[in-house]
Design a protein. Sequence first.
Lengths: 121, 382
Amino acid sequence: MTTLYTSDHEWLRIEGDIATIGVTDYAQSQLGDVVFVELPKVGRTFKKAEAAAVVESVKAASDVYAPISGEVLEVNETLSAEPALVNSDAAGKAWFFKMKIADKSELDGLMDEAAYQSHTA
Amino acid sequence: MLARDETQLPLKTTPLHALHLARGGKMVPFAGYEMPVQYGPGVLKEHLHTRAHAGLFDVSHMGQIELRAKSGRLEDAATALERLVPQDIVALAPGRQRYAQFTNAAGGILDDLMVANLGDRLFLVVNAACKDADEAHLRAQLSDACEIATLPNRALLALQGPQAEAVLAKFCADVAALKFMDVAALRVMDLDCMVSRSGYTGEDGFEISVPAEGAAALATALLDNPDVLLIGLGARDSLRLEAGLCLYGHDIDTTTTPVEAALTWSIQKSRRTGGARAGGFPGADVILAQLDGGAPRQRVGLKPEGRAPVRDNAPLFADATTTPIGTVTSGGFGPSVNAPVAMGYLPTAQAALGGTVFAEVRGQRLPLRVAPLPFVSHGYKR
């Protein structure tokens, strides 16, 4: 299992041809208290960099982009009832959605943990 | 996913700038100033703390202006100011403050402001983004009758929340005697302050005009009290929205009249049709006609039925048809309501309480109910 990161502060956990996607702890700390999460529909296909979900704090709405191309297999419905999970456990329980990886070569452009740490430093 | 504004403009700072930085303020550009949008606890906790205890806000970016009559008679300054606002300033008693609007010839709002009678002069507090234009407007229109002085060397602090009186009374016992919209010149921590019992949160509280050089010391002393938390502009906005208070440039502007903005309560009888000094302010024909016959549209409270916040500029629809009937002018999540809240304009025929309208958000039509304002009852000490 590998975890990769985007410059837009999303993480992807890669298991076979499935990627679980969420936002990083750095992202949640910049967003502030999350009060609403809008998740994509299961079965929808996104191209890389398309807006796939929305996360809203008291003050503002931010898009979460599909970090890779593919079909949405599952979404984390818990976030609809408990959006504050994004603040308390961004890298764990607050995953947003799972995608079937359409093109593995798209993973090559993503950062590993060390690269992401220096990106946010 | 995070847009970062890298533009570097020469921003002004307030006398509390160093204090904001030292206390973890997340600084953003606002009305030409670098101001704290939040501190470490974040907007949600800052908001809830203000409603439960007390919050301290730096609002020194706002404009403070004094008007003195050239004749030396306060009444002449009051009469002159009535040429620019639809409020009764002549009858404003010494030691009292009231909410007012500068209007334009179309009946629109150039700015909203507080006007206080300090006995020998009038004291105005205006919005930061409008203060230069307001000063120019006052000089152009009232220089015949008034000396106009801005007070750039004074800071403005707001202490808001149910514990505000207990906290401030430790530094100045006299504040306890003030009632909502009273104003008095008081010594606070050996500083010559102008204290009004008012604010922009819907809570009981005070606004303290303080000499710039003493502002940080006063703020620090107030913050030494564990009931007091420093609050940024983010929570200031969510607090005023829940309180149903207008934000200039959003809920009111040059295209909205005070009547459309549901601010008729702020226009006294003496300035209305049949009053002792009816009209005589810019746009009086439009505003008096709307007071008498109604306005075509109304500012209303809007409660989204779901959990998704509906924000400023979202178009409003009567149903699934394509023509918008109005717009959301302020919207977000109300931490005390624990739900999204909004305000916007609707045609008067569709503005009745309890009606349902739809906002378009990310391509979807979300239902909102027309709701009474404020969303959180005011805690003013009358």
